[in-house]
Design a protein around this ligand. Structure first.
Ligand SMILES: Nc1ncnc2c1ncn2[C@@H]1O[C@H](COP(=O)(O)OP(=O)(O)OP(=O)(O)O)[C@@H](O)[C@H]1O
Length: 550
């Protein structure tokens, strides 16, 4: 795993390319080039064999090397293709692994504070769509480009041994077919597709207006004006489609025509050398067919050019994610984890970026070991923000937050989060079993311990249905909001953390259930700092700290 997926130097795409396993990538492109050269070699050897056979040699032994070459190229081509595919797939899977691990590594330090401005769907798209796009960086972009360069160069050099003039023509035509044609087709195609999309959108919008106001249009000129407007859009659509069809036809003609030009050039130039006696006639058909086969080298470049745009966009989005600064970072030399879990906030103020007013201003709060404290106050009073500071999801603008007397900024983040177990208002559940969700709190918990934790939060019923090994649905969708919240609390109870930070654990519960949960929490031998809108449900074991709007 690399520290930076998209790298700092050379742009985002180069950063992704650095993740490729180099030896495998080199092997894959060499194999790819050999496949192309075997194809051209097969055609060339076949041409030479046919010409040689047409001379009716006295013995077949004369043709034996050519027969062997035809067989060799014929067998080697599919075999090499098979190995090339194996290597490429292996390489792509390794790349996907590195991309996913790298993206998650980039996301983890950002969570939760630096991700609050991101929409969940956007992040999911980055992880899923962008990784899908980037995983094709080798197969769709690098391999076709390098294979084209490698196989094209070898084909030109071999051709130069027969006819330097033909080699020059071949090089030129390879560049035309591999670079000029795709670039022009893409540029022209973009204009045509923009025009078609514009015409489609205009037609759709006017059609909708027409249908909505059908009664109005039917009066007056009987809808003739509306029809004329729609017909004008249809004409635009037809014109855009005609342009696009002409473009496709021109590109196809060039794709077929350029190799044909190469064939003609070979017949002309090598044919001339044959008539002057400078070249053996056997080489005429061999060179002409070999040149034809060499064009396969640049066959994948059109798709590579198109893929390049997607890869660039995906790499840019990933780089943008990596460029975000985490809200909090580990200190260079962390202090040891404090044995005393006393949480103390002194003169703490916090204003969220872009917020017009502070969420907290000059707050003092202490939660001693084993103490039970409830934060109350109106919505927006800053209750959840206190928990965020206690967990060091953020740092205060002024004042200090300490655990056992040590400033949180001097502690390793992992230590802060080992001392405190946090349960947000809507805890995240995995699309997995009840047990798997609970074991996030303590991976080695026994089934009996899981059952006890469920019992403590009044979720004994989950033991029967769906059962510890039962599926909770995607994101816990098969459970109610209240059950999801209590699974989160049970998970926190399973951790050994001496301080629990619970954000409205009773929000979705009815009176008796809320009382049962609060009673269990009050009886714990660890400290609990909870947020609640129902201070009346708390008994004397709780110290209530009201927060007003700052
Ligand atoms: N990530 C954020 N970015 C900007 N402003 C925020 C952010 N989180 C909270 N705030 C603002 O800070 C203030 C305090 O929010 P906080 O969530 O701490 O209040 P709360 O008392 O827990 O509210 P509630 O009872 O509704 O959960 C609010 O005005 C809120 O809009």
């Amino acid at each position: 795993m690399t520290a930076h997926l998209t790298g700092r130097r050379g742009g985002p795409v180069l950063g992704v390319l650095r993740l490729l396993p180099r030896r495998r990538a080199a092997l894959a492109v060499v194999l790819g080039a050999l496949v192309v050269l075997c194809g051209a070699g097969l055609l060339a050897a076949s041409g030479a064999l046919i010409t040689g056979a047409s001379r009716r040699p006295e013995t077949l032994f004369v043709l034996l090397p050519l027969i062997t070459a035809v067989r060799l190229f014929g067998v080697a081509r599919p075999a090499l293709r098979y190995v090339e595919r194996l290597v490429t797939h292996d390489l792509t899977l390794r790349l996907v692994g590195r991309l996913r691990a790298g993206l998650l590594a980039a996301l983890v330090p950002l969570a939760p504070a630096a991700l609050t401005g991101s929409r969940g769907g956007d992040l999911l798209a980055r992880i899923r769509t962008d990784v899908d796009e980037l995983q094709g960086v080798f197969v769709r972009l690098v391999a076709p480009a390098v294979v084209a360069g490698l196989a094209g160069t070898v084909a030109v050099v071999l051709t130069a041994l027969v006819s330097p003039a033909l080699a020059a023509v071949l090089a030129l035509l390879l560049v035309v077919l591999g670079v000029a044609v795709p670039v022009l087709a893409r540029r022209a195609g973009r204009h045509a597709s923009v025009a078609a999309a514009r015409a489609d959108a205009a037609f759709g919008a006017d059609l909708l207006d027409l249908v909505r106001g059908l009664a109005d249009h039917a009066t007056g000129d009987g809808g003739a004006t509306a029809r004329r407007v729609l017909e004008a859009h249809l004409d635009e659509q037809a014109a855009a489609e005609r342009t696009s069809a002409r473009l496709t036809a021109a590109t196809t003609a060039l794709r077929e025509g350029v190799p044909a030009l190469g064939l003609l050039a070979a017949l002309w130039l090598v044919g001339w050398d044959v008539t002057t006696g400078a070249t053996d006639p056997v080489l005429l058909a061999a060179t002409a067919l070999g040149v034809l086969g060499a064009f396969e080298a640049v066959g994948g470049l059109g798709a590579a050019y198109a893929a390049g745009e997607g890869v660039r966009a995906a790499a840019g989005r990933v780089a943008d994610l990596e460029a975000r600064r985490p809200a909090v970072t580990d200190p260079p030399a962390p202090s040891p984890r404090p044995a005393d879990p006393t949480l103390r906030l002194r003169g703490v103020s916090l204003t969220y970026p872009g917020a017009p007013a502070p969420a907290l201003a000059g707050l003092d709060l202490t939660v001693g070991a084993g103490e039970k404290v409830a934060l109350t106050g109106p919505s927006g009073a800053g209750k959840s923000s206190v928990l965020a500071l206690a967990l060091r999801a953020r740092d205060p603008d002024t004042g200090t937050v300490t655990l056992g007397g040590t400033d949180l900024r001097e502690l390793a983040l992992a230590d802060v989060r080992a001392v405190s177990a946090w349960v947000p208002q809507a805890p995240a559940l995995l699309g997995s079993s009840v047990a798997a969700n609970l074991r996030l709190g303590r991976p080695d918990a026994t089934d009996a311990e899981l059952a006890a934790a469920l019992g403590a939060v009044g979720l004994d019923a989950l033991l029967d249905a769906p059962g510890l090994d039962g599926w909770v649905g995607e994101g816990g969708s098969r459970l109610s909001a209240g059950e999801r919240a209590r699974v989160g609390t049970a998970r926190a109870l399973l951790t050994p953390a001496p301080l629990l930070l619970l954000d409205e654990p009773t929000a979705h519960l009815d009176g008796p259930l809320a009382a049962r949960l609060l009673d269990h929490l009050a009886g714990l031998d660890r400290a609990v700092l909870l947020v609640t809108h129902r201070p009346d449900a708390l008994d004397a074991r709780w110290r209530t700290v009201p927060l007003g709007a700052p």
